[in-house]
Design a protein around this ligand. Structure first.
Ligand SMILES: Nc1ncnc2c1ncn2[C@@H]1O[C@H](COP(=O)(O)OP(=O)(O)OP(=O)(O)O)[C@@H](O)[C@H]1O
Ligand SMILES: [Mg+2]
Length: 267
């Protein structure tokens, strides 16, 4: 199966994850299936508590499913992590406060110099920082940065290992609209250049439509996938696209699906 060709970047099959026991048991994910091709940009959207973060943690190998399987490029998440194939951008940037921006983003390359399988040459971190608009900040400490700059640093750090799969959990949630828009553009540029598979959790419908090839809609209680919508809009997706009827049509479609997700009967 994992002969290197036609292998999905992420394959989630019949996954179930339960927290707690007995009467207080909480089905965070129920019969969740998902297949993501290499190089795709996929967003996950759904009401709070529907299991988005849980799904990311399962794909990152941070916790196991109770039932079902997760494969990343044909291997288990743990193996993929050991091979440094997975990059994770958590909701809070978690930078090391005593290291400069440049050292923070370069650290993983130093630590993982031995584990070079599955990867091309590591990118030039200084160049990536410049592309992310952090050229002036490379020698600053995290405490000297704004929240948006810290988030950009965390994104560059995650790109630093050229992971085959990049998982991002609401990375732009705390940003103002304009910073967010500019970060979306920078993320799309980096993604285009590095050809990484991205799974991006967001609560913003317009963000999901702008960024994604596909949008996975989830519903809570139990957490499950209710829809997968393909976004066929042309790329590159500049600011002008946000004003087109096609864009608004997709936003409306996703909003309807989300509304439906709240009331979707359990199959
Ligand atoms: N470690 C845990 N222990 C117990 N319950 C948990 C744990 N992690 C998540 N849950 C529960 O599982 C469900 C899914 O949580 P999860 O964090 O995946 O949701 P989410 O879709 O990411 O929500 P949000 O949009 O608010 O971030 C929730 O009901 C949550 O309370
Ligand atoms: Mg979450």
């Amino acid at each position: 199966m994992s002969d290197g060709s036609n292998v999905a970047a992420i394959e989630v099959r019949d996954v179930r994850r339960v927290y707690g026991l007995g009467a207080s048991a909480m089905v965070a994910l129920d019969r969740v299936g998902l297949s993501i091709e290499p190089g795709r940009f996929v967003s996950i959207i759904g009401p709070s508590g529907c299991g988005k973060s849980t799904l990311l943690r399962l794909v990152a190998g941070l916790e196991p499913p109770a039932e079902g399987t997760v494969r990343v490029h044909g291997v288990s998440p743990e193996e993929a992590c050991a091979a440094k194939m997975i990059g994770l951008v958590p909701q809070t940037p978690a930078l090391l406060p005593w290291l400069s921006v440049l050292k923070n983003v370069s650290l993983s390359q130093k630590v993982n110099r031995a584990a070079k399988l599955h990867r091309r040459d590591p990118p030039d971190m200084l160049e990536l920082l410049h592309k992310a608009g952090l050229g002036e900040a490379v020698h600053k400490l995290p405490s000297e940065l704004s929240g948006g700059m810290q988030q950009r640093t965390a994104i560059v750090r995650a790109f630093g290992l050229r992971p085959a799969v990049l998982l991002m959990d609401e990375p732009f949630s705390a940003l103002d609209e304009f910073t967010r828009e500019s970060l979306q553009e920078q993320l799309l540029d980096l993604w285009d250049e590095l050809k990484t598979t991205v799974v991006f959790v967001t609560h913003s419908v317009s963000e999901a439509v702008r960024l994604s090839d596909q949008i996975v809609v989830m519903a809570p209680k139990p957490g499950r996938v209710t829809d997968v919508v393909t976004v066929g809009l042309p790329r590159p997706r500049g600011r002008e696209l946000l004003k087109t009827p096609e864009f608004h049509h997709l936003e409306d479609l996703i909003r309807d699906k989300l509304r439906g997700a709240w009331h979707a009967p359990v199959a």
